[in-house]
Design a protein around this ligand. Structure first.
Ligand code: C2E
Ligand code: CA
Ligand code: CA
Ligand code: CA
Length: 276
């Protein structure tokens, strides 16, 4: 009799249940992976319109989980749901400071390192103080540091957000708005935010293959320049997209057309090849 009642609804419930179970497993494994230093940070180059290196984006990797490599697109949201994001975010930040210290001491890097900060980290009281303290303690030039935030994290309490961003920028930290165009925020809202950089999502870069001048990217770039912001195009994969973005006066380029995210050593080797 039991078998007769099993329809698609029950199968759907089962799959939700197994997904929840797997998330719980990933959560437990991730906690151990952070503690045991099993995560890595890879670096993806960002280049200027003039052909010089602008810097890099730091992207976390989990190469050897017991389930094989897991994408941050999967485990970062799980970390956010479970509160583990603070531990993860701290680990990434410390790792970036260690790496920057090595590069700085060896004169290997002179650019901006863009670190992703989750909305949950930004919202936690004391974020500004902890971040500035950490950077001060590192004794590194503040010019190395940029943080990437998404709209989700910025618009819940606009007054509080503006305060925090002002403090961070007064300290000298650069602020980038990530995934621009994928959220719901209006222009009027964005104009209230003290930002330095706007990152146009890959979605709009892909569109450039066909209609560059009438594209949303075109509007976003000219609007950003009116607001005195630099624009990073994300997910640039083709020479055609580069040409279109150059015509639109885009400032900074990032994507597989230039390089994929790489381990630190490979990244530095890449910068040597790129600038010589
Ligand atoms: P994101 O911040 O939007 O990062 C850009 C993503 O696009 C990265 O995926 C990058 O590898 C990928 N990408 C770069 N160029 C290209 C391209 O030309 N084509 C394509 N198809 N993809 C490209 P990744 O590394 O898998 O990261 C996914 C997301 O995970 C990130 O999206 C970010 O939201 C999150 N994430 C990664 N590392 C961190 C971290 O350290 N902290 C936090 N809070 N989130 C992170
Ligand atoms: Ca990012
Ligand atoms: Ca992005
Ligand atoms: Ca994204």
């Amino acid at each position: 009799a039991k078998d007769n009642v099993r329809g698609s609804f029950y199968e759907y419930e089962d799959s939700l249940e197994s997904e929840a179970k797997n998330n719980l497993i990933i959560q437990t494994l991730l906690k151990q992976a952070i503690t045991n230093n099993e995560l890595e940070v890879h670096y993806q180059p960002q280049v200027n319109a003039n052909g010089k290196l602008f810097g890099a984006e730091a992207l976390v990797r989990w190469p050897n989980s017991p389930q094989g490599p897991i994408s941050p697109a999967v485990f970062v949201p799980i970390a956010e749901q479970s509160g583990l994001i603070h531990k993860l975010g701290d680990w990434v930040f410390e790792r970036c400071i260690e790496q920057l210290t090595v590069w700085h001491n060896n004169n290997q890097f002179d650019g901006h390192l863009s670190i992703n900060v989750s909305a949950w980290q930004f919202a936690l009281p004391g974020f500004v103080e902890r971040t500035t303290e950490r950077i001060k303690r590192s004794n590194l030039p503040i010019s190395y540091f940029c943080i990437e935030l998404t709209e989700t994290g910025l618009l819940s309490d606009i007054g509080d957000t503006v305060n925090k961003l002002k403090q961070l920028r007064t300290f000298g930290l650069k602020i980038a708005l990530d995934d621009f165009g994928t959220g719901y925020s209006s222009l009027a809202y964005l104009q209230q935010l003290p930002l330095d950089i706007l990152k146009i999502d890959k979605l709009f870069v892909d569109e450039l293959e066909t209609n560059a001048t009438s594209s949303l990217a075109s509007t976003m770039i000219s609007m950003s320049h009116q607001m005195k912001l630099d624009v990073v195009a994300e997910g640039v994969e083709t020479a055609q997209q580069v040409d279109a973005l150059e015509a639109l006066k885009c400032d900074i380029y990032q994507g597989y057309h230039f390089a994929k995210p790489m381990p630190a050593v490979e990244f530095i080797e890449w910068t040597h090849r790129y600038t010589t």
